[in-house]
Design a protein around this ligand. Structure first.
Ligand SMILES: Cc1cc2nc3c(=O)[nH]c(=O)nc-3n(C[C@H](O)[C@H](O)[C@H](O)COP(=O)(O)OP(=O)(O)OC[C@H]3O[C@@H](n4cnc5c(N)ncnc54)[C@H](O)[C@@H]3O)c2cc1C
Length: 467
């Protein structure tokens, strides 16, 4: 491979000779060199970008690279928040042109799609046929289903329906040194052999390039009713979340905004935020009309005891659009943000939310959070302008401390965005677990060429960049 300053033209030309000029772009095309961590100033470089039109073309490209020791970085919609699709040289293998719906059997509740189908398009296609593909990650208009599988993406409705992996019955993938394999398929159950499908889910492009998937759908719920509750403080709000769970109420989504996030997003809220609100819970009740109404009433009953206000007449579409915009509203407040996706046991949510604010304060930063309360999943955030060098340094120190706080609460440093490039130096594995992870990686990718430097325990922990 070349260098960041001068990519190796032989790689672009060699792949163009193999696949045709139209399938290969120079490594300098900027849109393929970053993901959503661009807001933190992270971008990479590549020798070439490859846009295969089929699994066979992707396999040919991987085989060509594997033979020549060229690293390969799988890429979907580039919305990742861990730098997983950011190349550090080599070839970016994009799923942009793998957009076919290979088969759709609405009456059997299943669909087979290529990896480059956008999440929102898949959800719309299901919906038009009376079905639901439940995973609803926030950047669904841009993210690809292959990227969702590679990160096992979540979203608000993962509380009831689980993350992307729960909906995947089969995967077609290209594995080193250049083979197309199928693991699983249309079968809803299959325990013949080790569960390789499950290994690929969430593997962040380090084991294979996902080229297609068989997905499970369900009949769309007849009704879905939002319930939004505002609380006077964090503890009361988190207690209410605990009461929902403890009382056996099962909403489809159970999200939250803490005081800081609520303050910055309140202006565009499509309803009325009461004075004194310091914590908001966004819930949704779904099912048949009667079931959804019953769950909605249960939620109202649980919240009413301690909330400042409970709203049930807010427009559902407007509510979730607003929720999707929270990240942007928070980022624009100070001209940038450093956000971390943390996971804690749900009963420790209040400690983690408070911990984020306190860690921020210790480093001279405003800390706040929002996220998927029912899953114990926080988007813990420090406000800091992109060009504020000392603020960015403080945020780097603060996030290291935040990870320690998370661990002390029995949590994980990533609930849904993955480790990618950004976090692998912070992850902690026991020696045997690290060894198993490396052995599994080596079994799929003996030369270590698939998305190197991402996700997995470094050979020499502490020697890599602490971004
Ligand atoms: C505004 C916003 C909101 C978001 N909300 C959520 C949310 O609610 N829940 C959530 O989980 N995430 C969320 N994300 C993060 C991101 O959208 C998800 O991680 C998403 O699944 C990434 O998909 P992608 O196609 O963009 O993948 P990319 O960013 O292109 O890649 C992500 C990782 O997957 C690998 N990869 C991509 N495609 C393949 C493939 N075909 N085969 C193998 N590996 C592949 C890449 O190498 C990389 O490591 C959000 C991001 C933004 C910007």
């Amino acid at each position: 491979v070349g260098t960041a300053e001068s990519p190796d033209p032989r790689i672009e030309h060699g792949l163009a000779a193999l696949l045709g000029r139209d399938q290969v772009l120079p490594g300098t095309v900027a849109e393929f060199l970053h993901d959503a961590t661009e807001e933190r100033g992270i971008a990479g470089w590549a020798d070439a970008i490859v846009l295969p039109r089929s699994a066979d073309e992707a396999a040919a490209a991987l085989a060509w690279c594997y033979e020549r020791d060229v690293p390969v970085v799988p890429r979907g919609g580039g919305t990742g928040l861990a730098g997983g699709a950011v190349p550090c040289g080599g070839v970016v293998l994009s799923t942009d042109r793998l957009q076919a719906v290979r088969s759709f059997a609405p009456e059997l509740w299943r669909i087979e799609v290529e990896a480059g189908v956008r999440t929102a398009d898949l959800r719309r296609r299901a919906r038009e046929n009376g079905l639901l593909f439940p995973p609803d990650p926030g950047a669904a208009e841009q993210s690809h289903i292959g990227g969702n599988i590679a990160t096992n993406a979540g979203g608000p409705h993962a509380f009831k329906y689980g993350t992307t992996g729960a909906w995947v019955t089969g995967i077609e993938a290209v594995v080193p040194p250049g083979d197309v394999v199928q693991v699983g398929g249309v079968l809803r159950k299959d325990v013949a052999g080790l569960d390789l499908k499950r290994l690929l889910i969430g593997s962040e492009g380090t084991l294979a390039l996902v080229t297609a998937a068989w997905l499970r759908l369900i009949p769309a719920p007849e009704s879905a009713f939002p319930v939004v509750a505002f609380f006077p403080d964090l503890e009361t709000g988190c207690d209410a979340v605990g009461s929902v769970i403890g009382n056996g109420v099962v909403p489809a989504a159970l999200d939250y905004l803490d005081e800081g996030a609520l303050r910055l997003a309140a202006r565009s809220y499509p309803g009325q935020v009461p004075v004194g609100a310091a914590f908001a819970v966004l819930a949704e009740a779904d099912g048949s009309e009667a079931e959804a109404a019953s769950v909605r009433d249960d939620l109202v009953h649980v919240f009413e005891g301690s909330a400042l206000a409970v709203e049930t007449d807010v427009d559902r579409g407007a509510l979730w659009r607003w929720r999707d915009g929270v990240s942007l509203a928070v980022a624009t407040a100070r001209g940038g943000k450093v956000s971390e996706d943390l996971e804690v046991p749900v009963e420790r949510l209040a400690d983690a939310v408070r911990g984020t604010v306190e860690v921020g304060r210790r480093h001279g930063l405003t800390g706040l959070s929002w996220g998927h309360a029912g899953d114990g999943n926080l988007h813990a955030t420090f406000l800091v302008a992109r060009d504020d060098t000392s603020g960015q340094q403080a945020a780097r120190r603060a996030r290291a401390e935040l990870f320690a706080v998370t661990r002390a609460l029995g949590g994980s440093i990533s609930g849904e965005h993955g480790l990618g490039l950004l976090k692998r130096e912070y992850a902690e594995w026991s020696r045997p677990v690290a060894a198993l992870q490396r052995q599994i990686k080596a079994a799929f990718d003996p030369k270590g060429l698939l998305n190197p430097g991402k996700k997995l325990p470094p050979d020499d922990p502490g020697s890599g960049p602490r971004l």
